[in-house]
Design a protein. Sequence first.
Length: 239
Amino acid sequence: MEPNGPDKLPTHLAIIMDGNGRWATQKGRQRIDGHREGEKAITDVVRAGIDLKLEALALYAFSTENWKRPKPEVEFLMRFNKELLDLRVGEFHEKNVKIRFLGRRQRIPGFLMRKMDETVELTKKNTGLKLNIAYNYGGQPELVDAMRAIADEVADGKLKPRSISEKTIEKHLYAPDVPAYDMMVRTSGEMRTSNFLLWELAYAELIFVPTLWPDFRRGHLMDAIEEYNLRTRKFGALA
């Protein structure tokens, strides 16, 4: 098998946006300042995804574990993410981006949930980049929700247990039309998936970069794609 090649782009790309707090701490600033600076990275990377004509881009914005953070920081993130949508949704809609939110709706404040729903409704007919924002998301909860939906179908007699396959599970994931990702990038130097897209990243190339998220830009993304193109994807076969 040959490496992907210099002209091969990942079709589906996932990013764990890590390092906002450390960025702020290193500069002697408040953690919320790191989140504010992280918005610049989000905007630049989404614009790059549009220009590269990626099919799907998933961003890990808020995990089910992030509720454990200090209450003032969590409350700030709820307000800040509405502000971010207010600021950027119009631009992304004009560029034909379809925005969805992956995760559970429980605990998300009403003002933010309404904005998220408005965003989904506004962009649902767009046919360009699928921007999947993981919010109140966990890979394990996603699989639990899929199993519950499948169990309901079995209980209702709509599905036979022995007919359950990988495709059955994929059909019940939060974004069933984007079941697999080619590549995952995590910033800040941490080397773990942190409960992100556990099913969908099964054969993704994992790329860990030391750059903290607020400093991450299009050039860093292209460097990661270059690393992806040097690798050989075997999917369990021999090289």
